[in-house]
Write a protein that binds this ligand. Sequence first.
Ligand code: NAI
Ligand code: MG
Length: 328
Amino acid sequence: MTEEIAVIPGDGIGREVVPAAVGVLDAVGDFDFVEADAGDHVKDEAGEALPQETYDLAASADATLFGAAGETAADVILPLRGAVESFVNVRPAKAYPGVDALRPETDLVFLRENTEGVYAGHEDRLTDEVSTLTRVVTESASRRLARFACEFVRTSDEHDALAVAHKANVMRETDGRFREAVLSVAAERGVEADEVLMDAFATRVCLDPTQFGVVVCPNLAGDVLSDLAAGLVGGLGLLPSANIGPERALFEPVHGTAPDIAGEGVANPSATILSAAMLLDHLGHDEEAAAVHEAVERTLADGPRTPDLGGDETTADVTEAVISRLDD
Ligand code: NAI
Ligand code: MG
């Protein structure tokens, strides 16, 4: 049976890098691509950023490939992650040979809690003076993420170090629960797990990223620390991600709509093509996933390169080069 892939480019460079990644998927497999709309431009035209049919498509497709949304990002991506019931956002941050990286030895995977924390949305304006935010951390979500993390390091060929980043010395109740859940699930499963205060992590990972491998983070910390890691490996154009749920999953680059370069045809498609490789892997197409990964790696090493990596070539040039290297 042909698998159905929901394709949601969104706004800005999403409309450039998602078609690039679809071209790569099309070159390695036989998929039924169904495109749907979301984002700022949809809100401007139709009043809501995420049409019901787009949500329904993500909730029913075998997998979803998403680009980025602009100002409406929270209105689009948070419900879409909900549509696939995603509880973890897997964000690898790896430096590739040939890319001018601040820390070329970086090879990290962030496992970001994807349903709660401070992104659960409980914000209030109490008075003209005071606004508040309620942070939600549940035992079940923390333990589910911890089980995923243990399985991730157990089955990974590349990573065996697991650490939980937290700030339980200050947020004793919420991060205390998160920390305890991860460490106790790891202990139950015989997986060695370390812990690190997230502010100390920010410094230590810059000084020596090889101290870490797989890092389990609360939602906001995972968002911020993975962007920090993007800075270590050569920029946001390189970081893919997978939002994994029990049945379905949604794949997207970590970056946003990049309004400063949108429409110029020079966005780096690597993050989205690597997200497509994660999609292939998730659907069980291991060989194809590896081929795409290798083709991206070779292209990063030998060019062509987009301007963010110091080159002067286009999204289309890079995409063509990746596709041409798939069969090598
Ligand atoms: P951004 O990730 O869009 O851009 C940050 C910087 O990185 C810019 O200089 C941009 O040119 C560069 N960059 C990002 N991706 C690139 C690529 N593939 N190739 C080359 N350069 C790349 O983040 P920013 O500027 O903070 O946000 C812009 C818009 O994107 C905002 O409206 C924000 O709400 C939205 N956003 C959406 C996200 C989503 O839909 N998941 C995630 C992050 C931001
Ligand atoms: Mg972010």
